[in-house]
Design a protein around this ligand. Structure first.
Ligand code: ADP
Ligand code: MG
Length: 251
């Protein structure tokens, strides 16, 4: 089983778009997938039609709720979700006195009777607070979506340092699965330049697949469907399908 945290402290990088559509593309390729939505804003959950979920994940972090109680089926075969709750925004405060609050997700998942999934993907919030730390302590790999814009590169160096610190102190097994260029606009020179820069600086860590700017990806959540079901012939479907193949080849 691969456990992959989708992380970038910058909002609008493409984390949620990647979590939702990569999960669907992997499921379509025959993989069993669990998507954990750790963002209190719950965009990934909403995308799959899970709205204002009760207290599920919050109670898992703060009370005695078991992880298996927060897992639900989606309409997609082979895809389960642990949906977000707006209450998650209060987890930081609620756990202020907890010893090792960054360990909770890992402990809870380890108590599951079995692990039926090939992939667990975690959509993280745009902050490196306690929820993202839980993801990084539990996961063995990190996938970093980066918007193909020069401003996004600055934050990336900082993020890689943070991941290294987490690796040293909390999770020695943690590795970078890959950096994913998102919202690549083939029509602009700027976008191409950023892609070239990413290639030069991060070389083998950069996924060969990249995600092009595609309006269908922005429309799909309104229809509560991942891109492969919303518009099977879109560039978005092709790009996330390609990425799923690249991940499967990494196995
Ligand atoms: N490849 C893309 N093409 C077009 N719009 C995109 C693409 N990727 C993301 N977006 C849009 O950009 C915004 C931010 O993306 P999102 O995945 O929510 O980022 P994050 O979760 O990192 O904040 C959303 O409105 C989304 O619809
Ligand atoms: Mg998001």
């Amino acid at each position: 089983m691969r456990t992959i945290a989708i992380v970038n402290q910058k909002g609008g990088s493409g984390k949620t778009t990647t979590a939702v559509n990569l999960a669907a593309a992997l499921a379509e390729s025959g993989k069993k997938v669990l998507l954990i939505d750790l963002d209190p804003q719950g965009s990934a959950s909403l995308w799959y039609g899970f709205k204002e979920q009760a207290i599920g994940l919050y109670d898992m972090f703060v009370k005695n709720n078991k992880f298996e109680n927060v897992i639900e089926k989606t309409e997609i075969e082979r895809l389960h979700i642990a949906a977000s709750s707006p209450l998650l925004a209060g987890v930081e405060k609620a756990l202020a006195k907890h010893v090792n609050p960054e360990n909770i997700l890992k402990e809870k998942v380890s108590k599951l009777p079995g692990h039926p999934w090939d992939y667990i993907l975690i959509d993280c919030p745009p902050t490196l607070g306690i929820l993202s730390l839980n993801a990084l302590t539990f996961a063995k790999e990190v996938l970093i979506p980066v918007e193909a814009h020069v401003m996004a590169l600055h934050g990336l160096v900082q993020l890689l340092k943070t991941i290294n610190t987490v690796k040293q102190h909390l999770n020695p097994q943690l590795d970078i699965a890959g950096i994913l260029a998102c919202r690549v606009d083939n029509r602009t020179k700027h976008s191409q330049e950023v892609l070239d820069q990413l290639k030069r600086r991060f070389d083998s860590k950069l996924y060969k697949s990249f995600i092009r700017e595609n309006i269908k990806l922005a429309e799909a959540p309104l229809h509560l469907k991942p891109i492969n079901l919303y518009d099977k012939n879109s560039k978005g479907t092709k790009d996330y399908c390609q990425l799923a193949k690249e991940l499967i080849n990494q196995e």
